[in-house]
Design a protein around this ligand. Structure first.
Ligand code: FAD
Length: 464
């Protein structure tokens, strides 16, 4: 039988390779790292998380949580490894990034039908079934090839990553531990438990999953003034042409420019948090989320930024509790590359101009770690089905997986922007439900029932 080529061993490529191999297909997975790194990746591990260590909500009646649950039911490698390396993060699924990537790499390397080739692919193979999953930082040569193949201009937008500080440098006499509304990971529905317990720092998740840096009005205003005056890194020529930020990942200084209260109602919102020292809700709160299992690193939640590094140090040290913060990684802004999927792809993630070519991951516009995994899964699964003469699967749009794939492949191509999972992508319920929470539950029940029907109606190997 022919071999499937998967280009790019990120979240989508690892998932695609795994799905195909599990169905008996020989896979050649090309990954250019560690010889050639992208501007964001630092290691040679597959499925490296380049920014936040959170995969978003793990609550099954939230859109990202539902997508995770669907992927689990479809035997997702990425979800299995994420669950196995989870760290406390309230209702979210956050992982120890090193352990997670190590585990994915090990599973792929050990799979008898996957050959991992460490090499940059510079041109698209002809006459070979292929999945392209080279992500938002696709190497330049291959990006030019893809642009030529698609006969369309690439689209770009800009994303930014948040800084990470060391735990020992946080002043816990000023900061306090708590989860918003007391929603710790132990109590969060569907929260991971494996490997989550006492951390080496001596805290358990029941003491609150987040470290919160509270600000009074004066501290907030001083911080805001300095943030607004801080120097940012100038954009390069090609970046200046058309700067489009992704709304869900705006740099903190860009949000600040929208109005003096924008941060207090956005990433610094204090709702659901009470400072145990004052017994009151602070004016604003900067949350820090655990970034590794050892609990030695913390991510500044929502603090994506393009400030100069020395400015990040100066301005972010004005945050109470971070006066002596040691920045183990500074925030950065980067380019994000994606194709015009609505014009180019079918909901099977198949390229319209070539039946044996599939795209998966962020390059298709399914946004975020789990969204990227989802389209990677569909690409790998359908590539395998095509190679074994089975009809390709289009997941129902009543499932989050189907809704996301359908959105990126059938929305209006003009002004196309990547999309995160959300209930707005799904067809409305047959019987309207008024309360939002009940409505979301109804979407979830319908999605899981419809997914179960797809699984039951097929002879696929779905389990991991
Ligand atoms: C800096 C940055 C920060 C982000 N932060 C977040 C975040 O916090 N949360 C979130 O949900 N999403 C985030 N994203 C968006 C997105 O979810 C991630 O980029 C995600 O990793 C995408 O998965 P992927 O598999 O499509 O691409 P990637 O994970 O980037 O994998 C692509 C792989 O292809 C390889 N590759 C590229 N070109 C070639 C080639 N020519 N030959 C061989 N290999 C190649 C790369 O080395 C890489 O390993 C971020 C993106 C970037 C760039």
């Amino acid at each position: 039988m022919a071999e499937l080529v998967v280009i790019g061993g990120g979240l989508a490529g690892s998932e695609a390779a795994w799905q195909a191999a599990q169905r008996g297909i020989q896979v050649m997975l090309y990954e250019m790292r560690p010889d050639r790194l992208t501007p964001a990746h630092r290691t040679g591990d597959l499925a490296e998380l380049v920014c936040s260590n959170s995969l978003g909500s793990n609550l099954v009646d939230r859109a990202p949580g539902l997508l995770k649950e669907e992927l689990r039911r479809l035997g997702s490698l990425i979800m299995a490894c994420a669950d196995a390396t989870a760290v406390p993060a309230g209702g979210a699924l956050a992982v120890d990034r090193q352990e997670f990537a190590r585990l994915v790499t090990q599973h792929i390397a050990d799979h008898p039908r996957i050959h991992l080739q460490r090499e940059e692919v510079k041109s698209i193979f002809r006459g070979t079934p292929t999945v392209i999953s080279t992500g938002p930082l696709t190497s330049d040569t291959l990006a030019a090839e893809i642009a030529a193949l698609t006969s369309q201009e690439y689209l770009y937008f800009y994303d930014a990553m948040a800084p990470i500080v060391s735990y020992e440098s946080i002043d816990l006499n000023r900061a306090f531990r708590a989860s918003r509304y007391g929603r710790d990971s132990k109590r969060g529905a569907g929260a991971p438990t494996e490997g989550v317990g006492k951390l080496s720092t001596g805290f358990s998740s029941s003491e609150g999953d987040y470290i919160n840096c509270p600000m009074n009005r004066e501290e907030y205003n001083r911080f805001l003034d300095e943030l607004l005056a801080a120097e940012t890194i100038p954009l390069r020529q090609f970046e200046q042409e058309d700067v489009k930020f992704f709304e869900a990942c705006l740099p903190v200084e860009v949000i600040a420019r929208r109005g003096r209260e924008a941060l207090a109602y956005g990433p610094l919102k204090p709702v659901g948090l009470v400072d145990p020292r004052s017994g009151k809700r602070p004016y604003a709160v900067v949350q820090l989320r655990q970034d590794n299992l050892a609990g030695t690193l913390y991510n500044m939640v929502g603090f994506q930024t393009n400030l100069r590094w020395r400015e990040q140090e100066r301005v972010f040290r004005l945050i109470p509790g971070l006066e002596r913060a040691e920045f183990v990684r500074f925030g950065q802004m980067h380019r994000n590359t994606f194709i015009n999927s609505p014009a180019l792809l079918r909901p099977t993630m198949q390229f319209k101009g070539r039946d044996d070519l599939f795209f998966g991951g962020q390059i298709t516009g399914t946004e975020g770690y789990v969204g990227s995994t989802a389209s990677g899964l569909v690409a790998g699964l359908n590539a395998a089905r095509q190679m074994t003469d089975k009809p390709l699967i289009v997941f129902p749009s009543t499932t989050m997986l189907g809704a996301l794939c359908r959105y990126v492949t059938s929305t209006e191509p003009g002004g196309f922007q990547p999309m995160k999972p959300n209930f707005g992508l799904m067809p409305v319920l047959e019987r309207p439900v008024r309360r939002k929470r009940d409505r979301h539950r109804a979407y979830t029940q319908r999605a899981l029932a419809d997914l179960a029907a797809v699984i039951a109606g097929d002879d696929e190997t779905w389990a991991l």
